[in-house]
Write a protein of this length. Sequence first.
Length: 400
Amino acid sequence: MTLYRTSPDAKVLDYLCDAAHDGKQVAVVVELKARFDEAANIRFANRLEEFGIHVTYGVVGLKTHCKVILVVRRDHDGLRRYAHIGTGNYHPGTARLYSDFGVLTCDAVVGQDLTELFNYLTTGYRPKRAFRKVLPAPTLLKKALLAKIEREIVVHSSASPGLIQLKTNALEDVDIAAALYRASQAGVKVDLLVRDTCRLRPGLPGVSDNIRVVSVIGRFLEHGRIYYFRNGGDEEYFIGSADCMKRNLESRVEVVIPIEDPLCRKELRTVLDVQLSGDHGEWEMQPDGSYLRRAPTVTSRAVSSCSSRSRRSNSAKRDGAGSCDPKGGAPRGERGAMSLLSSDGMEGDAVSDPDSVFLGQRLKNHWKNSACPWPYKLTPDGCGSRNPVAALARRIEEQK
């Protein structure tokens, strides 16, 4: 597996050591240059080596940022590869605070691609490696994204309009931004969910009329990445560890994987639709680079997109989504199941203040009579109050 960030209480470290103790062959790629975690990762690497685990430190000149686990197991019908590819770190602390995506799969082609990837990461040898589904950076990902944007321009027509939707932490790469500008000028609609820095400016006449940029701020930090292309009706969905930044696309080892299972695609479509709907007080970038908060609709009752995703995630758990075959075989569905939200499942009540909903049932009594603990101030635009905690407390009293 790859290990970018984790914590001393992470059970994954114990499981790796247990597997090595039981005679399994274990290899871990530890990134020593993860910012602020350099010393911790050195300690983790030494601990793993004490148990006989083969620890490597990636490829010289590249930071290993991908989040991948590959398990090769002898099943009743022969050897089978199981894989997990995600957008978030294997870190129990951030798993409760970040919103991420991950896919668990036993797809044979994906397993073969990841075998090639780990052969590269553990040896540093650079022959020409053939990847059939996985898009790794820095070798293929950027070229593939640019090609898909150009393809969307070519297939765009009035009968079948083009559509590109990207969800990422940041959009900074100049080539990607220029390609999206060209797509907009060709009439392709471009929807961008960018939580942090965005180099691109939407709504510029004749340049980016068909582009909109939305930032979602809520209970969980939006950390997942989705790449969607309509492709003339033959839709493509991708998730992975890479942001649209020069450092991710050119100086890091990243992995992006296509999502082919219909149920997983439906979940991703729901996430994109909810966060782009404008019903939950999202922030939209203006042509001058400023952000204006959308007013929530009355019918939505200002339930945040994070809260609605948490409810769907908990509902999927109750319904057994993503469970494994009780006989011990592969996960149900050849390509596995997707976990949409890394959290503890804590939900908040549906209140009318979108900036209070993320506090959750467990916190509202604690903070009921407290001053707002955040320096973040809301504009008095009818979407909320200057003190979300006090606003929530007032509504609790009114409901009584």
